[in-house]
Write a protein that binds this ligand. Sequence first.
Ligand SMILES: [Zn+2]
Length: 493
Amino acid sequence: MIRQPVNDPIKHMTPQTRQLTPALNVALLLAVLPLTLLSGVAKAQTTDADTKPPRLVQPARAMRASLQQKQIAQIVREIDARNIERTIRKLVSFGTRNTLSSQSDPSRGVGAARDWLFGEFSQAAEESGGRMTVEKQTFEQAKAARVPQPTMITNVVATLRGTQPESAGRTYIVSGHYDSMCTSPTDATCDAPGANDDASGTAAVLEMARVMAKYRFDATIIFMTVAGEEQGLLGSTYAAEQALQKKLDVEAMFTNDIIGSSLGGNGVRDQHTVRVFSEGVPSNEKPEEATVRRGVGGENDSTSRQLARFIKETGARYVPGMRVMMVYRRDRYLRGGDHIPFVERGFAAVRFTEPNEDYRHQHQNVRIENGLQFGDLPQFDDFNFIANVARVNAASLAALALAPARPKNVGLVTARLTNDTELKWDANKEPDLAGYEIVWRDTTSPVWTSAKAIGNVTTYTLKGMSKDNYFFGVRAVDRQGNRSPVSFPHPVR
Ligand SMILES: [Zn+2]
């Protein structure tokens, strides 16, 4: 009941995967913790005995939970590496997808790729019973550092509307960029296959849309492929700005960029790790918020970091052959990605990237030098690896969009000195809400280690547990057992 039906990553477990098992056990344990908590407080343990399914005190509730878990597991199973390979080879066949390349040539350039993607997403939408709509989000980009003259840029956006009225406004975005570049970002005619950067992310997003369009979620999911990334994150900046101006409730954004290869330039082959980069201190934090954060030691508890923890737990539960390596950093050195315009506007956002990169195969003219092949070619992609990264994405998106919203306005009461910890928050509005859980961890722990189900209340006091000694958070749980990401409290009087 806790361990999901066996899926591809496990079936094809290699000796290398098995070496990872101790780490996975810990991750799995974190994933199963929530269910053990139906019966009260549990502490993280590390013995094998504790990974056994717990006794359930509410069988009816557990049965419904298992149906929803089956839906997520089914989505994970349906993600198909062959579709991902087909998409990548098709995108590469357009020769270049540089944002400055032809927009009208039907077979070469960014316009051909844009139209092909629009057609593919539209086909996926046919399976949604009218819930998924596809649009070209086009804007004119003014002259910029890597844009020599005003240029039309188009994001292809597929929106799968949520089916619970109270949740349909809540939106989760998964993105990849379909533009590419060779050595020069403004060379519009060179071959720029971009098989990894970022046909891999684009193919993952398209495959998720294809699979998930058939399923129903409480909240809305946007599957987005953007252009202009290599010219300075232009497509995603426009999308993030639109979301802000239209006051879209974007609760999370994932970008998948360079998720194509399991072999690094350092010679390390790792098919079972994906890096998830998240910032600890929000990019848009105001000085007075920074003062509070310093005071409470909240530098490891931004909404983006909570999102990364949610992905790590969900990935361990549904794609146990993959390890989510949380990186406490907004992005890699000298690099940026499409999540950055989102975090800069206050949205929670993370970046998925392969574990070790090979810079000979990124942003390079296709050529052979001293017998070495340079260029971002499909031969360096690992399609099964990309499918597994897509599975971690899809499971996390599904879990988010089935769960209630994370609790809002969570406060930790600091009116007087006490060894108790009192938390309060606003009531969620979902009709299927079951209640809340308080979670906590030692201040030195990277992940939440303990939780307590407290019922449908909006204030709770943990007796004898000092707020000085732990980090606390609150998450919402629905009647099907879906859990929201954790909200970190702000001190309140
Ligand atoms: Zn990229």
